[in-house]
Design a protein around this ligand. Structure first.
Ligand code: SF4
Ligand code: SF4
Length: 491
């Protein structure tokens, strides 16, 4: 580590400690060293140059938008057989697995830097592809209503989408209409509202990306706090002639969590002090940041946990009737499925979790308000929820990977063989080790969640003994959830 780097890192760590309440001298965040940061932009100056270039974002978006356009056409005019259609295979096998197994855990919201959905709206809004154009953009530039500046809209939109997951993942045109609808929605929103309002407040994918990116091993943060503090003209917040103010309406100088940072790297372009960094860090660091926690994000955690269990039951369980209901083979059956899903994720999971938190509060004799303890402890559901989705995703990619090379050569299912891979045999890999990987993922999620629950309880209650007592019932809940997922996925 260079002499310059160490003091900078010290200051960054002190800022993290300040927000998480981790006492000086405490070296570990659970089993992970809290002090550890690896500043990629400082170690590799070439990376900073790449990120500062306006071309980087444009080219990435152009590539994904081009592939997306072809896939969308395949969705509308290609074969209706899901596993032979580029759109379904690209979105529900390749993208989903890459997102949950690689992008979110390791690279936070890097997907949002690549995502083609908001590109058209953003280019229209800016009236530019690469260089910043001076003057007013093509937008009314309105601010999103204050009452809706939270995760409730995405929670409800995600729920609405989740109700149709059975047909979404199998029927090509349904996926195509959904994605086209999102592109059009993003355009309309960008013409009315400022910057990436759609991404921040409305994208159903963005909600869980945001919450689970708290677990990620990568972050974008300011480097030296005093540089930001003393820089009166906050370029990253207001923009410059060459670059835009943070498109996600974050204040990069004080940003403490990954939740709403879209990894667009615009703050690298605005900051004349080169004070923004991309750093590797221990996973889950943001879960202990005691700032801006809320019930909206807690409900996001409940929805994702409940949805993972229901999807595992529908897609991997032996219950044919449940599959039929989710696939809308009968109106009555579908209504039972949809209402049970909505009730489970919005009411049952929060209520059961609430009962366990309430017991813990009683047991510990804690005098903090129940809602505060409930909200704070809900963030401990993030590790187990994310690892459950990871375990689920193993069962998506390992048996089905062969469809990917097949549709690359024959995107529309019309019998083409563009790259000589259309004939790749269906050939599941790793089926023997898959249950081991899934159980290992779930156990890791359980251990991580227990650790986070205890740390949050200590942070909220300010007392080790009370924290231990308050954590006992939530740990029982977490163990039960782990057992349920093990049964659904492996049992
Ligand atoms: S928030 Fe949604 S639409 Fe916006 S970049 Fe991320 S995934 Fe794409
Ligand atoms: S802080 Fe804002 S400008 Fe910087 S990378 Fe994140 S979203 Fe982009």
């Amino acid at each position: 580590m260079s002499a310059v780097q160490k003091p900078r890192q010290d200051r960054a760590e002190r800022a993290v400690r300040g927000m998480t309440g981790i006492p000086e001298g405490s070296k570990f965040l659970g089993f992970i060293p809290v002090d550890w940061r690896y500043d990629l932009t400082e170690r590799f100056p070439g990376l900073r140059r790449v990120l500062r270039s306006r071309w980087t974002s444009f080219l990435l978006q152009l590539i994904t938008a081009s592939v997306f356009a072809v896939a969308l056409v395949a969705g509308f005019i290609g074969t209706p057989v899901g596993n032979a259609n580029l759109l379904v295979v690209l979105v529900w096998i390749f993208w989903w697995s890459a997102l949950m197994l690689i992008m979110v855990p390791f690279f936070s919201r890097i997907w949002c830097a690549l995502c083609p959905l908001p590109s058209a709206g953003e280019w229209l809004q800016r009236r530019a592809f690469v260089k910043k154009r001076q003057g007013k953009g093509l937008t009314l530039g309105k601010r999103w209503p204050a009452a809706l500046r939270n995760m409730w809209p995405v929670n409800l939109i995600f729920l609405g989408m989740a109700l149709f997951s059975g047909i979404l993942t199998t029927r090509t045109t349904v996926t195509a209409w959904l994605l086209l609808g999102m592109v059009l929605g993003a355009i309309v929103i960008s013409l009315i509202f400022e910057r990436r309002t759609f991404c921040r407040y409305l994208c159903p994918v963005g909600g869980f990306l945001g919450l689970y990116s708290n677990m990620a091993t990568m972050e974008i943060r300011h480097n030296v706090y005093s540089v930001c503090r003393d820089h009166k003209h906050k370029e990253c917040v207001v923009g410059t002639n060459e670059a835009y103010a943070c498109p996600w309406m974050e204040a990069p100088t004080t940003m403490a969590r990954n939740t709403y940072c879209g990894f667009c790297f615009e703050c690298f372009r605005t900051c004349s002090k080169d004070n923004m960094s991309v750093r590797l860090r221990p996973p889950g660091t943001d879960l202990l940041v005691n700032k801006n926690r809320g019930l909206d994000e807690a409900w996001k955690a409940f929805i994702m946990l409940g949805a993972a269990a229901i999807y595992a039951a529908v897609m991997m369980g032996p219950w044919g009737t449940l599959k039929d209901w989710a696939n809308m083979t009968s109106v009555g059956g579908y209504l039972v499925y949809a209402s049970s899903l909505a009730l489970t994720v919005m009411v049952v999971v929060p209520a059961v979790w609430g009962a366990f938190v309430w017991l813990g509060r009683k047991l510990s004799g804690a005098d903090v308000p129940f809602v505060r303890l409930f909200t704070n402890l809900s963030y401990s559901l993030v590790p187990i929820g994310m690892l459950a989705w990871i375990a689920f995703s193993f069962a998506i990619i390992l048996p089905n990977w062969a469809y990917i090379p097949r549709v690359i050569s024959d995107p529309f299912g019309w019998g083409w063989d563009l790259f000589g891979t259309a004939g790749v045999e269906w050939n599941p890999v790793g089926m023997r080790v898959m249950p081991i990987l899934q159980v290992a993922a779930l156990l890791f999620g359980l251990a991580f969640s227990i650790d986070v629950a205890w740390k949050i309880a200590r942070q909220t209650l300010g007392d080790d003994r009370k924290a231990s007592l308050a954590t006992i019932p939530p740990v029982i809940f977490l163990a039960g959830v782990t057992g349920l997922f093990t049964w659904l996925l492996v049992g």
